[in-house]
Design a protein. Structure first.
Length: 251
């Protein structure tokens, strides 16, 4: 008897759920024509979306066509998500611009090296790798502003098809900020290492996370790497120092 009751209860629940889903779908679908009209108008307002097309089914907008830059693909989806009664956006827009992966990686990394000069450039480390036009960003930044700046560089680069953002924003810490400054003084206060402060694309990067210091960048020789590690290890307040400096022309 209990088994029959459980079966009947399950069937009743399934029926209620199915009826609810059908009702929700029907409710969303009745606005499709209205949504389509608004989406078409919004896309027509921007010249960069001239080759973007849309269709609507049950409140879900599907975007197809092409744009020149990956950022425009992102912007199109954001613009449509804000449209009244839109339940979601399926973004199938293609990026028409192309570039060899090696060229893209070189251009991106050069721009990332120079990014945020005069602000927290010294305390960020972000690198880009590219495969089939898809950019993967890795590294750590001191602030969300630096993170967003690095992502924007990739998004606006011609030839980029997609961006995978693996960049970590470090937690806010007054102690870490003080440790950053002490480590920078120790490293750049060396007559051997001061030369690395003159080229903004070649600083010894000092990344600090919860008292742990990591050095990144490229140095001219093994002695420079050793001196940088020794001086960082002498800084008060550092729990550990990891020396990831790379010697130029060495694999």
């Amino acid at each position: 008897m209990k088994s029959i009751f459980r079966i009947m209860t399950s069937l009743l629940t399934a029926g209620i759920l199915s009826a609810t889903l059908v009702a929700q779908t029907a409710s969303a679908g009745r606005y499709d024509q209205e949504i389509q009209s608004k989406v078409t108008q919004k896309l027509a307002q921007k010249q960069e979306f001239r080759n973007v097309h849309s269709s609507v089914e049950d409140g879900i907008v599907q975007l197809t066509g092409s744009v020149d830059l990956y950022q425009q693909k992102v912007d199109a989806a954001k613009r449509i998500r804000k449209t009244d009664k839109v339940q979601g956006v399926r973004n199938l827009i293609a990026v028409s611009s192309t570039a060899p992966d090696a060229q893209l990686a070189e251009q991106l990394n050069r721009k990332l090296h120079f990014d945020r000069i005069g602000y927290d450039n010294l305390f960020n480390y972000v690198t880009a790798s590219v495969q089939d036009g898809v950019v993967t960003l890795n590294g750590e930044t001191r602030t969300p502003v630096s993170h967003d700046s690095a992502v924007a560089i990739a998004n606006f680069m011609p030839g980029v098809k997609d961006v995978v953002d693996n960049v970590k924003v470090l937690p806010v810490s007054r102690m870490d900020d003080q440790l950053r400054l002490r480590t920078a003084r120790a490293v750049y206060g060396s007559s051997v290492l001061s030369k690395y402060s003159t080229d903004p694309a070649r600083p010894i990067r000092i990344v600090v996370n919860d008292g742990h210091v990591t050095l990144y960048g490229v140095v001219d020789n093994a002695m420079d790497k050793q001196v940088a590690g020794m001086r960082a290890n002498q800084v008060f307040g550092a729990f550990s120092v990891e020396n990831n400096l790379v010697v130029a022309n060495q694999s």
